[in-house]
Design a protein. Structure first.
Length: 245
């Protein structure tokens, strides 16, 4: 059995956290008939559970059952609803809202609102989410992770890197997410090749993702090294930071 970890981080996809975990110990464990990939380093464990609320719920259940963390973080990418947020900014909210039912989780630290949507949000959906929830950013997983933490009385934080700005017309992505919450890259590649008019957006999306991943992993590394080095914890919290270029 794996050693108990003090802190667990749940991401959607490995590419979001790869710069952080690429040299960590990688293990695969089964839980309730599913196989999960964990990355371990000391008392920290990272699990890439898939896209969406259901995938995040399953991942959260697995990491609690196998590692018994004392603190859990939802980490990964988010889309900006606030036009002042740029690609590579780090957003650590003080509240997470589930758009499916309006339930919310308040954190002791952080500032602003992250709303978890059921689908990938395009430009018009972002505008509606911003208006409905006074939110600054949107993801798809944080509310599910927060709910799992609440059910167990365990501390919760969300740390997100902005991967697309509020006015970025993201290509239709939901059809390329399978039942396990994994992004089917091959299918999306075929779709894109046949539609050259979306190539500029696809290229920009890839560049944005790489920039967001670097920023996220740099912030998480600072968090691991100690609260005094991180922007997402401690009494003098500065939850929105810029990537250092």
């Amino acid at each position: 059995m794996p050693n108990p970890g003090k802190v667990a981080m749940v991401a959607a996809l490995e590419r979001e956290v790869n710069p952080l975990v690429k040299h960590w110990n990688k293990v695969e464990r089964d839980y309730e008939g599913r196989r999960f990939k964990f990355f371990e380093s000391g008392q920290i464990v990272v699990l890439c559970g898939g896209i969406g609320a259901e995938a995040a719920r399953r991942a959260t259940e697995a990491v609690f059952a196998l590692y018994h963390p004392e603190l859990i973080l939802s980490v990964g990418f988010a889309g900006a609803l606030d036009r002042t947020l740029k690609v590579g900014d780090i957003f650590a909210p003080g509240r997470v809202v589930d758009a499916r039912d309006g339930s919310r989780t308040e954190m002791a630290t952080g500032y602003g609102v992250l709303v978890s949507a059921a689908v990938v949000a395009g430009v018009e959906a972002k505008k509606k989410l911003a208006e409905s929830y006074s939110a600054q950013a949107v993801d798809m997983e944080a509310a599910a992770v927060a709910r799992g933490a609440q059910a167990r009385g365990v501390g919760f934080l969300a740390v997100k890197a902005i991967s697309d700005q509020s006015d970025f017309a993201i290509p239709a992505m939901d059809r390329f997410i399978d039942e396990r919450g994994q992004f089917t890259t091959g299918r999306f590649a075929v779709f894109s090749v046949l539609r050259p008019w979306i190539w500029p957006r696809v290229i920009e999306l890839a560049r944005n993702g790489a920039k967001a991943s670097r920023a996220l992993c740099a912030e998480l590394q600072r968090y691991i090294q100690g609260p005094e080095k991180s922007e997402v914890s401690g009494p003098e919290l500065h939850p929105i930071t810029k990537e250092v270029s």
